[in-house]
Unconditional design. Structure first.
Length: 296
Protein backbone atom coordinates (compact mmCIF):
# COMPACT_ATOMS: atom_id res chain seq x y z
CA UNK A 1 0.00 0.00 0.00
CA UNK A 2 1.29 3.47 -0.78
CA UNK A 3 0.09 7.00 -1.24
CA UNK A 4 -2.71 8.52 0.77
CA UNK A 5 -3.37 6.88 4.13
CA UNK A 6 -6.71 5.05 4.35
CA UNK A 7 -9.35 6.57 6.55
CA UNK A 8 -11.64 4.72 8.96
CA UNK A 9 -14.18 7.49 8.99
CA UNK A 10 -16.38 7.11 12.03
CA UNK A 11 -16.84 9.55 14.90
CA UNK A 12 -16.24 8.35 18.45
CA UNK A 13 -17.11 9.44 21.96
CA UNK A 14 -15.39 7.98 25.02
CA UNK A 15 -17.73 9.29 27.70
CA UNK A 16 -19.03 5.82 28.61
CA UNK A 17 -15.66 4.04 28.36
CA UNK A 18 -13.36 6.04 30.61
CA UNK A 19 -12.68 3.09 32.94
CA UNK A 20 -11.19 1.04 30.11
CA UNK A 21 -8.89 3.77 28.78
CA UNK A 22 -5.35 2.53 29.39
CA UNK A 23 -3.61 5.43 27.62
CA UNK A 24 -4.90 8.60 25.93
CA UNK A 25 -7.07 7.37 23.08
CA UNK A 26 -6.36 3.69 23.75
CA UNK A 27 -8.87 1.31 25.32
CA UNK A 28 -8.64 -2.32 26.40
CA UNK A 29 -11.68 -4.30 25.28
CA UNK A 30 -12.82 -6.92 27.84
CA UNK A 31 -11.90 -10.55 27.15
CA UNK A 32 -12.19 -13.66 29.29
CA UNK A 33 -9.26 -16.09 29.56
CA UNK A 34 -11.76 -18.91 29.99
CA UNK A 35 -12.48 -18.70 26.29
CA UNK A 36 -8.89 -19.44 25.29
CA UNK A 37 -6.56 -22.30 26.10
CA UNK A 38 -4.09 -20.30 28.14
CA UNK A 39 -3.72 -18.14 31.21
CA UNK A 40 -4.02 -14.92 29.24
CA UNK A 41 -6.67 -14.32 26.62
CA UNK A 42 -5.63 -12.66 23.36
CA UNK A 43 -5.89 -8.93 23.95
CA UNK A 44 -8.15 -6.66 21.92
CA UNK A 45 -7.60 -2.90 21.90
CA UNK A 46 -9.57 0.06 20.65
CA UNK A 47 -7.83 3.15 19.25
CA UNK A 48 -9.97 6.26 19.54
CA UNK A 49 -9.65 9.57 17.75
CA UNK A 50 -12.55 11.24 16.02
CA UNK A 51 -12.56 7.85 14.29
CA UNK A 52 -11.78 4.46 15.79
CA UNK A 53 -10.23 1.06 15.14
CA UNK A 54 -9.86 -2.28 16.89
CA UNK A 55 -6.42 -3.85 17.08
CA UNK A 56 -7.02 -7.60 16.60
CA UNK A 57 -10.37 -9.23 17.26
CA UNK A 58 -9.61 -12.08 19.62
CA UNK A 59 -10.27 -15.80 19.46
CA UNK A 60 -13.69 -16.60 18.08
CA UNK A 61 -16.04 -17.44 20.88
CA UNK A 62 -19.64 -16.30 21.10
CA UNK A 63 -19.09 -14.82 24.55
CA UNK A 64 -15.86 -13.02 23.65
CA UNK A 65 -17.25 -11.59 20.44
CA UNK A 66 -20.39 -10.46 22.25
CA UNK A 67 -18.25 -8.75 24.89
CA UNK A 68 -16.44 -6.81 22.18
CA UNK A 69 -19.68 -5.84 20.47
CA UNK A 70 -21.27 -4.88 23.79
CA UNK A 71 -18.30 -2.64 24.52
CA UNK A 72 -18.65 -0.98 21.14
CA UNK A 73 -22.41 -0.69 21.64
CA UNK A 74 -21.76 1.18 24.88
CA UNK A 75 -20.36 3.92 22.65
CA UNK A 76 -23.51 4.00 20.48
CA UNK A 77 -24.59 5.47 18.17
CA UNK A 78 -21.01 5.37 16.94
CA UNK A 79 -19.79 2.49 14.77
CA UNK A 80 -16.49 0.69 14.35
CA UNK A 81 -14.48 1.64 11.28
CA UNK A 82 -11.45 -0.67 11.12
CA UNK A 83 -10.06 -3.91 12.50
CA UNK A 84 -6.26 -3.89 12.38
CA UNK A 85 -4.80 -7.40 12.40
CA UNK A 86 -1.27 -7.92 13.76
CA UNK A 87 -0.92 -11.48 12.40
CA UNK A 88 -3.05 -14.36 11.24
CA UNK A 89 -3.11 -16.75 14.18
CA UNK A 90 -6.67 -17.84 14.99
CA UNK A 91 -6.63 -16.38 18.50
CA UNK A 92 -6.14 -12.93 16.99
CA UNK A 93 -8.36 -13.05 13.90
CA UNK A 94 -11.06 -15.51 14.94
CA UNK A 95 -13.69 -12.91 15.72
CA UNK A 96 -12.97 -10.43 12.93
CA UNK A 97 -15.56 -11.66 10.42
CA UNK A 98 -18.34 -11.62 13.03
CA UNK A 99 -17.38 -8.14 14.20
CA UNK A 100 -17.15 -6.93 10.60
CA UNK A 101 -20.60 -8.34 9.85
CA UNK A 102 -22.07 -6.64 12.91
CA UNK A 103 -20.37 -3.26 12.43
CA UNK A 104 -19.39 -2.90 8.78
CA UNK A 105 -15.75 -2.38 9.77
CA UNK A 106 -12.95 -2.78 7.24
CA UNK A 107 -10.31 -5.46 7.88
CA UNK A 108 -6.69 -4.31 7.60
CA UNK A 109 -3.91 -6.86 6.99
CA UNK A 110 -0.31 -6.87 5.83
CA UNK A 111 -0.17 -7.04 2.02
CA UNK A 112 2.11 -10.09 2.22
CA UNK A 113 -0.54 -11.90 4.28
CA UNK A 114 -3.47 -11.25 1.95
CA UNK A 115 -3.41 -14.64 0.21
CA UNK A 116 -2.94 -16.54 3.47
CA UNK A 117 -5.75 -14.57 5.09
CA UNK A 118 -8.12 -15.77 2.39
CA UNK A 119 -7.28 -19.36 3.35
CA UNK A 120 -8.87 -18.51 6.69
CA UNK A 121 -11.84 -16.96 4.92
CA UNK A 122 -10.67 -13.43 5.76
CA UNK A 123 -10.50 -10.86 2.99
CA UNK A 124 -8.26 -7.90 3.66
CA UNK A 125 -10.23 -4.79 2.74
CA UNK A 126 -7.18 -2.59 3.26
CA UNK A 127 -3.67 -3.93 2.59
CA UNK A 128 -0.76 -2.22 4.33
CA UNK A 129 3.01 -2.40 4.10
CA UNK A 130 5.93 -1.41 6.28
CA UNK A 131 6.06 2.36 6.80
CA UNK A 132 2.44 3.06 5.91
CA UNK A 133 0.60 5.40 8.26
CA UNK A 134 -3.07 4.89 9.06
CA UNK A 135 -5.06 7.99 10.01
CA UNK A 136 -7.65 7.03 12.61
CA UNK A 137 -9.45 10.31 13.09
CA UNK A 138 -6.32 12.30 13.79
CA UNK A 139 -4.47 9.47 15.52
CA UNK A 140 -1.65 8.25 13.29
CA UNK A 141 -0.55 4.61 13.44
CA UNK A 142 2.65 3.62 11.69
CA UNK A 143 2.77 0.09 10.31
CA UNK A 144 5.98 -1.70 11.33
CA UNK A 145 6.67 -5.01 9.60
CA UNK A 146 8.04 -7.14 12.46
CA UNK A 147 8.63 -10.73 11.35
CA UNK A 148 9.76 -13.34 13.82
CA UNK A 149 6.68 -14.76 15.51
CA UNK A 150 5.27 -15.14 11.99
CA UNK A 151 6.74 -13.95 8.66
CA UNK A 152 4.00 -11.36 8.12
CA UNK A 153 3.56 -10.03 11.68
CA UNK A 154 3.15 -6.28 12.02
CA UNK A 155 3.13 -3.85 14.91
CA UNK A 156 1.20 -0.57 15.00
CA UNK A 157 2.90 2.45 16.54
CA UNK A 158 0.87 5.46 17.69
CA UNK A 159 3.07 8.35 16.62
CA UNK A 160 1.40 10.92 18.87
CA UNK A 161 1.61 9.02 22.15
CA UNK A 162 4.31 6.40 21.69
CA UNK A 163 2.01 3.41 22.25
CA UNK A 164 3.04 0.21 20.47
CA UNK A 165 0.61 -2.60 19.64
CA UNK A 166 3.04 -5.50 19.41
CA UNK A 167 0.85 -8.48 18.61
CA UNK A 168 2.77 -11.60 19.65
CA UNK A 169 6.20 -10.19 18.87
CA UNK A 170 6.12 -9.09 22.52
CA UNK A 171 3.84 -10.56 25.17
CA UNK A 172 3.33 -9.21 28.66
CA UNK A 173 4.69 -12.33 30.36
CA UNK A 174 7.72 -14.46 29.45
CA UNK A 175 8.64 -14.83 25.79
CA UNK A 176 6.52 -15.68 22.74
CA UNK A 177 6.73 -19.02 20.96
CA UNK A 178 8.74 -18.99 17.75
CA UNK A 179 7.51 -21.88 15.60
CA UNK A 180 5.37 -22.74 12.60
CA UNK A 181 6.97 -20.30 10.18
CA UNK A 182 8.57 -18.12 12.86
CA UNK A 183 12.23 -17.18 12.66
CA UNK A 184 14.54 -16.45 15.59
CA UNK A 185 16.91 -14.33 13.52
CA UNK A 186 14.10 -12.15 12.19
CA UNK A 187 12.60 -12.00 15.69
CA UNK A 188 15.78 -10.55 17.18
CA UNK A 189 16.16 -8.13 14.27
CA UNK A 190 12.58 -6.91 14.72
CA UNK A 191 13.14 -6.32 18.43
CA UNK A 192 16.34 -4.38 17.73
CA UNK A 193 14.49 -2.24 15.24
CA UNK A 194 11.85 -1.34 17.83
CA UNK A 195 14.58 0.10 20.09
CA UNK A 196 14.83 2.96 17.59
CA UNK A 197 11.25 4.04 18.34
CA UNK A 198 10.24 6.24 21.27
CA UNK A 199 7.89 3.66 22.74
CA UNK A 200 6.28 4.64 26.03
CA UNK A 201 3.81 1.79 26.42
CA UNK A 202 3.56 -1.66 24.84
CA UNK A 203 0.11 -3.18 24.41
CA UNK A 204 0.99 -6.87 23.89
CA UNK A 205 -0.98 -9.59 22.17
CA UNK A 206 -1.32 -11.45 25.48
CA UNK A 207 -0.81 -10.57 29.10
CA UNK A 208 -0.44 -7.30 31.00
CA UNK A 209 0.71 -3.97 29.62
CA UNK A 210 4.44 -3.37 29.38
CA UNK A 211 5.25 -0.04 31.01
CA UNK A 212 9.04 -0.28 30.70
CA UNK A 213 9.30 -0.90 26.96
CA UNK A 214 13.03 -0.46 26.42
CA UNK A 215 13.87 -2.73 29.33
CA UNK A 216 11.45 -5.40 28.15
CA UNK A 217 12.76 -5.36 24.58
CA UNK A 218 16.37 -5.61 25.73
CA UNK A 219 15.48 -8.47 28.07
CA UNK A 220 13.85 -10.40 25.23
CA UNK A 221 16.90 -9.94 23.00
CA UNK A 222 19.24 -10.98 25.84
CA UNK A 223 17.10 -14.03 26.59
CA UNK A 224 17.27 -15.31 23.01
CA UNK A 225 21.00 -14.69 22.74
CA UNK A 226 21.59 -16.51 26.03
CA UNK A 227 19.48 -19.45 24.81
CA UNK A 228 21.59 -19.53 21.65
CA UNK A 229 24.76 -19.74 23.76
CA UNK A 230 23.25 -22.68 25.63
CA UNK A 231 22.50 -24.47 22.36
CA UNK A 232 26.06 -23.93 21.12
CA UNK A 233 27.47 -25.14 24.43
CA UNK A 234 25.41 -28.32 24.24
CA UNK A 235 26.70 -28.98 20.74
CA UNK A 236 30.28 -28.48 21.91
CA UNK A 237 29.70 -31.09 24.59
CA UNK A 238 28.47 -33.72 22.16
CA UNK A 239 24.72 -33.26 22.25
CA UNK A 240 23.51 -33.91 18.72
CA UNK A 241 19.75 -34.37 18.68
CA UNK A 242 17.00 -31.94 19.58
CA UNK A 243 15.73 -34.16 22.40
CA UNK A 244 19.20 -34.22 23.97
CA UNK A 245 19.48 -30.45 23.84
CA UNK A 246 16.01 -30.02 25.35
CA UNK A 247 16.88 -32.35 28.23
CA UNK A 248 20.10 -30.42 28.89
CA UNK A 249 18.67 -26.90 28.59
CA UNK A 250 15.37 -27.60 30.40
CA UNK A 251 16.31 -30.18 33.08
CA UNK A 252 13.16 -29.65 35.19
CA UNK A 253 10.71 -29.14 32.38
CA UNK A 254 7.02 -29.73 32.98
CA UNK A 255 6.17 -32.37 30.38
CA UNK A 256 3.12 -30.38 29.33
CA UNK A 257 5.60 -27.85 27.94
CA UNK A 258 7.88 -30.39 26.28
CA UNK A 259 6.64 -29.75 22.75
CA UNK A 260 7.01 -25.98 23.11
CA UNK A 261 10.56 -26.44 24.39
CA UNK A 262 11.36 -28.69 21.45
CA UNK A 263 10.04 -26.11 19.00
CA UNK A 264 12.15 -23.35 20.56
CA UNK A 265 15.36 -25.38 20.47
CA UNK A 266 14.62 -26.37 16.87
CA UNK A 267 14.07 -22.71 15.97
CA UNK A 268 17.45 -21.75 17.42
CA UNK A 269 19.13 -24.59 15.55
CA UNK A 270 17.46 -23.48 12.32
CA UNK A 271 18.88 -19.98 12.80
CA UNK A 272 22.38 -21.34 13.43
CA UNK A 273 22.18 -23.61 10.38
CA UNK A 274 21.04 -20.67 8.26
CA UNK A 275 24.02 -18.63 9.52
CA UNK A 276 26.43 -21.43 8.66
CA UNK A 277 27.48 -21.98 12.28
CA UNK A 278 25.84 -25.41 12.60
CA UNK A 279 25.47 -28.33 10.21
CA UNK A 280 22.70 -30.92 10.21
CA UNK A 281 22.74 -34.45 8.83
CA UNK A 282 20.14 -37.14 9.44
CA UNK A 283 18.54 -35.08 12.26
CA UNK A 284 21.86 -34.72 14.06
CA UNK A 285 23.42 -31.31 14.57
CA UNK A 286 27.07 -30.34 15.01
CA UNK A 287 29.17 -27.21 14.97
CA UNK A 288 30.57 -26.36 11.58
CA UNK A 289 34.18 -27.58 11.64
CA UNK A 290 33.38 -30.61 13.79
CA UNK A 291 33.91 -34.01 12.21
CA UNK A 292 35.32 -32.47 9.04
CA UNK A 293 32.18 -30.51 8.18
CA UNK A 294 33.83 -27.20 7.43
CA UNK A 295 36.20 -24.68 8.99
CA UNK A 296 35.91 -23.99 12.71
Amino acid sequence: MSGEAPSCARRWSTDQAVKMEIAPGVHSVPASPNSFMGMFAPNVYLVVGTEGALVDSGYYDAGVTKASLDYLESLAPLKLGCILLTHLHPDHIGGCLHIKKATGASIVVHAAAAAKAQEYGVKGDVLVEDGDVLDVGGVHLEVIHSPGHTPDSICYYVKEGGTLFSGDLIVGFGTPVIAGGGDIGEYIASLRRLLKYRVRLICPGHGPLVRQPQRKIRELIAHRLEREKQVLSCLRHGKRRVAELVAQIYPELDQRLAELARLQVAAHLEKLVHEGKVAVFDEEYSLVGAHGRGPS
